[in-house]
Design a protein around this ligand. Structure first.
Ligand code: NAP
Length: 489
């Protein structure tokens, strides 16, 4: 670790943020955070237990009335200041993410830009929350429809986008007038701790954002989710954990937002612009070393162009450089941990065993660090596990198709429905795909769909609710309808 990295890590708070101040866990327990590129321990931080979680919720509940009553413009200005501070500290935040999560520095910079945008976007949305006033159809009275913050929220984020997943939840919650407890993944908690300090610098009042870091995600979360004072749960993570939390939330009839797993199809038709499709494939597959819910999982390519597409993507992969994300020129960083490497290895092994062709990569790299090379598999048989499970690694799996109906049938044959990608130059075909693909988002001739101004979210088992866009703030608002007499009656 370089001296500048050590200096940056020393600046990251190591406590729990509760009621505006940093404090150790009640038991004094701590846990270690590791660099996935080297396996080295990089920092020890507080390990919250159930009592700490409750204390964080106490703080969020205490702060709620004043924050909800704070003028939207004042809330907006704090978010805007936080956006400016994220921009000022962009290099440090990017480096911190690369150290704790592994993504190449250039991608980490991209995430800072994307993640920061949620602070700016929702600072702008804060003052735009409106209601309605209207007549009843019978002239019997007047209806007043108003919007109110839902109340204290619990936010759970995954490790793959440590900044953006936090800002995508915190910013709309705060803009709407809600207070929060946020629990980042134990694998990448440092970016959230750094962001929380930035929010304090932006003069966010005490208790509006509380942070608990813990190795006991299950018990700490269950205590918060089943507490009757909580009014909203927003979760980003895997579908199995999401289902478990939905069941827990049912007892408390919580508002929930669920951003869950994906199994994105990437369709390339014979009329596609192949240069564009290959560029899009690189972004949709290898961004974040394939560890994105939006990562293309299945490349469904027309048989007339499949050989050419395969050759081109394999040639591109040959130019990749694997290594620690801080090093110049690295395009493939480590996976998050050894379990992720074993999963990629198993999925590739299963596909090859069933008859897939291995064009490049395919063998896990011995440690230190958790590395798996960029891999291309062709002619992947339909029953292969890799087509049905979320890969979460840099493996590009190709399946040929004959006609549009077959492509669509393969694409929709999954319980997931987050995003799809379509490459075609035929407008009518593109429109048919948009209408028939069972996903909450579609990239039409583009390989990245994420944008703070867009409603991000999935259909089917990929989730409930939307983050970003004008829809994002609605998730943190509840509606009240008031009936009044006809003023002329
Ligand atoms: P995960 O294992 O489900 O964990 C997500 C978060 O939930 C982490 O903070 C984790 O804490 C916590 N958690 C785990 N078990 C829990 C429990 N029993 N109760 C409460 N919290 C619990 O998912 P992941 O491996 O971190 O993230 C990858 C998954 O997230 C993929 O499936 C990906 O598709 C999905 N994802 C979806 C989106 C989207 O917008 N749709 C975006 C990004 C990622 P610990 O890590 O500390 O255990």
């Amino acid at each position: 670790m370089s001296a500048s990295e050590a200096e940056l890590l020393a600046e990251v708070p190591d406590g729990l943020l509760i009621g505006g101040s940093w404090r150790p866990a009640g038991t004094g327990a701590r846990f270690a955070v590791h660099d996935p590129a080297t396996g080295a321990r990089i920092k020890q931080i507080a390990d919250a237990d159930v009592a700490d979680g409750r204390a964080a919720l106490d703080a969020a509940c205490d702060a709620f009335p004043a924050w909800a009553a704070t003028p939207p413009r004042a809330r907006a200005e704090i978010l805007r200041r936080a956006f400016e501070l994220v921009r000022e500290r962009a290099e440090d935040i990017a480096l911190l993410m690369t150290i704790e999560m592994g993504k190449p520095l250039a991608e980490a910079r991209g995430e800072v830009a994307y993640g920061g945008e949620f602070l700016r976007w929702f600072s702008e949305e804060a003052s735009r929350v409106t209601g309605r006033y209207g007549n009843t159809p019978e002239n019997s009275g007047r209806m007043i429809i108003t919007k109110h913050p839902v109340g204290p929220c619990y936010l759970i984020t995954p490790w793959n986008f440590p900044l953006a997943m936090a800002t995508r939840k915190i910013a709309p919650a705060l803009a709407a007038g809600c207070t929060v407890v946020i629990k980042p993944s134990e694998l990448t908690p440092l970016t959230t701790l750094f962001l929380a300090e930035i929010l304090r610098e932006a003069e966010l009042p005490a208790g509006v954002v509380n942070v608990v870091t813990t190795t006991s995600a299950g018990p700490v979360s269950a205590a918060i989710i089943t507490d009757p004072r909580l009014r909203k749960l927003s979760f980003t993570g895997s579908t199995p954990v999401g289902k478990l939390l939905l069941a827990q939330a049912a007892d408390n009839v919580l508002r929930t937002s669920m951003e869950l797993g994906g199994n994105a199809p990437f369709l390339v038709f014979d009329d596609a612009d192949l240069d564009r499709a290959v560029d899009g494939a690189m972004a949709a597959k290898f961004r974040n070393v394939g560890q994105a819910c939006t990562a293309a999982n299945r490349f469904i390519v027309h048989r007339d162009v499949v050989d050419e597409f395969t050759r081109r993507v394999t040639d591109r992969v040959r130019t990749f450089t694997m290594g620690r994300g801080t090093e110049d020129g690295v395009t493939i960083g480590p996976l998050i941990d050894d379990r992720a490497v074993r999963k990629a290895d198993d999925l590739v092994g299963d596909a090859v065993h069933r008859g897939a062709t291995l064009h490049i990569g395919g063998t896990a790299v011995a440690g230190p660090g958790s590395f798996f090379p960029a891999t291309v598999l062709g002619d992947v048989p339909a029953q292969s596990r890799i087509l049905h499970e979320e890969i979460f690694g840099p493996v590009l799996a190709i399946v040929p198709f004959h006609d549009e109906d077959e492509a669509l049938r393969i694409a929709n044959a999954t319980e997931y429905g987050l995003v799809s990608y379509v490459y075609t130059e035929n407008l009518a075909r593109a429109q048919r795909m948009i209408e028939r693909l069972e996903t909450g988002m579609t990239g039409l001739n583009v390989g990245v769909v994420s944008n703070a101004a867009a409603p991000f979210g999935g259909w089917k088992h990929s989730g409930l609710g939307r983050e970003g866009g004008i829809e994002g703030i609605e998730e943190y608002l509840q509606t009240k309808y008031t009936m009044t007499p006809d003023p002329f009656g």
